[in-house]
Design a protein around this ligand. Structure first.
Ligand code: SF4
Ligand code: SF4
Length: 243
């Protein structure tokens, strides 16, 4: 289930915030390119997957908020006040789950239910900041329309690649936090917190957020290794190139 990945890029990642952001964007682009090999039913105005339960990292929230400010659209963040009170607030990050798996420990099940509510950034079935949406939104794809099936139907390789990107983005944001996107955005919409983040001094406990850790092992089933080798080496090279 898990794979040791010991190339230097995954271990050494002392990057500036600017480089982390450009690496994040490279990752988003690589993922988009990867998806072109698969057929999905996803299309404009299809938004059953836009629920209040999505998660994100502080790096992605920083990228999103800074871009909203640049485009004079930071007022959109007031929509956070419309977030359903009950939402998925994970107790573990992807790399913490990988670490438990590597130690042969059980991973506690966490509850998440789409009926808890819609994403507050969904307006007339469209995302108000689509271009800057976090990976948790980008990786919601389905072979068949979710409104017909009631769930997203994903190719197992796509699911593995989703996990790898989640692990990669958390790794890139080591020292930052993960959590429900509403909670992470609340934190990063505060200028003081963004300033602390820029100085690498966002420390302590922030409500339900969980601190990010580097990749301990990658969650890649052996039968998918060959198929996704180019993804792993591309992500690794994004890190190595900048070290
Ligand atoms: S994941 Fe499902 S609901 Fe979301 S866009 Fe694709 S088909 Fe539509
Ligand atoms: S942020 Fe945008 S893409 Fe993501 S769930 Fe909300 S409306 Fe959908």
């Amino acid at each position: 289930m898990v794979e040791n990945f010991t190339k230097s890029g995954w271990e050494k990642f002392d990057l500036s915030l600017k480089t982390k952001i450009s690496t994040l964007v490279k990752g988003y682009n690589l993922y988009e390119q990867f998806l072109t090999d698969y057929t999905h039913a996803c299309k404009r105005y299809c938004a059953d997957c836009c629920t209040c339960n999505l998660t994100m990292t502080t790096l992605e929230a920083y990228y999103l908020v800074e871009n909203l400010i640049l485009k004079n659209k930071s007022g959109l963040l007031t929509k956070l006040n419309n977030s359903p009170h009950r939402r998925f607030q994970p107790e573990l990050t992807f790399n913490r789950i990988a670490s438990l798996c590597a130690q042969g420990k059980d991973v506690p099940e966490e509850q998440s239910d789409p009926s808890w509510g819609k994403c507050p950034f969904l307006e007339k079935l469209e995302c108000v900041y689509y271009h800057f949406r976090p990976f948790g939104c980008r990786c919601m794809v389905s072979k068949r329309c979710c409104s017909e099936t009631g769930f997203a139907e994903m190719d197992p390789v796509v699911m593995t690649v989703n996990d790898v990107f989640m692990q990669f983005i958390e790794h890139l944001d080591t020292g930052g936090y993960s959590g429900n996107f509403t909670d992470v955005l609340h934190l990063m919409s505060d200028e003081k917190n963004r300033n602390r983040y820029e100085k690498n001094s966002l420390q302590g406990q922030y409500g339900s957020l969980v601190s990010n850790i580097p990749i301990p092992v990658l969650m890649v089933p052996p039968e998918h290794r060959k198929k996704i080798e180019y993804i792993l080496s591309s992500l690794n090279s994004f890190l190595i190139d900048k070290n």
